[in-house]
Design a protein around this ligand. Structure first.
Ligand SMILES: *Cc1c(COP(=O)(O)O)cnc(C)c1O
Length: 411
């Protein structure tokens, strides 16, 4: 077993060697520009992109001409939200989203608020779930878009997306979902689920960084806003230029990235069922191991609807930063995750009503394709030992334990 152990697969995943192998030729011998129409270098690049577009579309049940390649899900989220806002501005100025969304969605909405849009940030319950009925109640005459993530990147809670999307359509809005964490883990059908726009990122499913996609519905259902706007596009581009990707995202295509993304989606589709099964078993083992050995800990998320590879745990009476330092040979993240610079407690845990103290002592484990049983055993033991050691130094824990042995509740 090699140290450090990587168990932060919600942040990023390693490129699968099969994906890497598929990409290699597209850097060197096959370097053509997919938009070059006059020679074979361009043609073969265009063919490779076409194949990958099919593979990406197949993972979510869309058609290839509904896939717009972007630089990643941050861009896809920006394009979906700002693009709809600009294209449908005549139709309305109200957007509905959720307090537990990824920053790419929240900050896109904040930007629109500065430009005169109204945004409703719906709350979640203690397990991170959104009440679909709240989406109905939040609708106004001028609502154009509902954006709700498929599965949460911190606590793994899976939202009832089909139900929420149906309500958005019934109320006349378009529906966007950030499906970065769900893709390759949950079967997705954009048609059956009434999804108009869906964000994907390759590096969260064993593909390369810097490539993603936005699915943009071309036909079928869609909200009143879409039906009323006589001629689609339902999106305005963020980046203008050579008119690539149907004019929605100009710029020379990242052919090696796209080839890798396609291969990653194909492998994910083929192996999803078996991989989920294996990861769920490993995750359950980690969770059971921690719960059996440690008191005053709390699993954050929704036991019934949770990503199979996610485990988010708060350790009472322990400082999250000290815990991370103690676990220097294990790569996990604190609840305060990816907002890097400022160490604030996670906005997701706070939205779930987790106290500031428990939010700052949360660790997020994200299991992945390359984690082994041996690694899970090592991590379980290391976390237990580190938490116990830190608690030995905690007067608050000693006091609570004292109270506990006298028959009072400890947390
Ligand atoms: C990682 C992530 C993103 C950002 O994706 P990038 O491709 O890194 O820009 C967006 N949403 C969610 C839920 C994510 O987990």
């Amino acid at each position: 077993m090699k140290l450090p152990i990587y168990m932060d697969n919600h942040s990023t995943t390693p490129v699968d060697p099969r994906v890497f192998e598929a990409m290699v030729p597209w850097f060197t011998e096959k370097f053509g520009n997919a938009a070059s129409r006059s020679h074979s270098f361009g043609w073969e690049a265009a063919e490779a992109v076409k194949k990958a577009r099919k593979e990406v579309a197949a993972l979510i049940g869309g058609s290839p001409d509904e896939i717009v390649f972007t630089s990643g899900a941050t861009e896809s989220d920006n394009l979906a939200i700002k693009g709809v806002a600009e294209a449908l501005r005549q139709g309305g100025n109200h957007i509905i989203t959720c307090a537990a969304e990824h920053r790419a969605v929240l900050d896109s909405c904040k930007r629109l608020e500065q430009q005169g849009f109204d945004v409703t940030y719906l709350p979640v319950d203690g397990q991170g779930r959104l009440d679909p009925d709240a989406v109905r109640r939040a609708h106004r005459e001028r609502t154009i878009l509902v954006s709700i993530m498929f599965a949460n990147n911190e606590v793994g809670t899976i939202q009832p997306i089909a139900e929420i999307a149906a309500i958005a359509h019934e109320q006349g809005s378009l529906f966007h979902t950030d499906a970065v964490q769900a893709a390759g883990r949950i079967p997705i059908s954009v048609d059956e689920m009434n999804i108009d726009l869906l964000s994907l990122s390759a590096h969260k499913l064993y593909g390369p960084k810097g490539i993603g996609a936005l699915y943009v519905r071309k036909k079928g259902p869609g909200g009143r806003a879409r039906i009323n706007s006589s001629s689609p596009p339902l999106l305005a581009p963020l980046i203008d230029g050579g008119g690539h990707e149907g004019g929605l995202r100009s710029g020379t295509l990242n052919v090696p990235g796209i080839v890798g993304f396609g291969a990653a989606c194909r492998i994910a589709a083929e192996e999803m069922a078996g991989e989920n099964e294996r990861l769920r078993r490993l995750r359950d083992r980690l969770e059971a191991g921690l719960l059996a050995a440690l008191d005053a800990i709390r699993v954050n998320g929704c036991p019934a609807d949770r990503l199979p590879n996610n485990l988010n745990v708060s350790f009472g009476y322990v400082d999250g930063e000290a815990l991370l330092v103690g676990l220097s040979d294990i790569a996990v993240s604190t609840g305060a995750a990816c907002t890097s610079a400022k160490q604030e407690p996670s906005h997701v845990l706070r939205a779930m009503g987790v106290s500031e103290e428990l939010a700052q002592s949360a660790l997020r484990f994200g299991l992945g394709r390359f984690n082994t049983e041996e690694e899970v055993e090592y991590v379980t033991a290391r976390v237990i030992e580190t938490v116990q050691r830190l608690r030995e130094l905690s007067p608050a824990y000693a006091e609570a334990r004292g109270a506990h042995t006298k028959g009072r509740s400890s947390i």
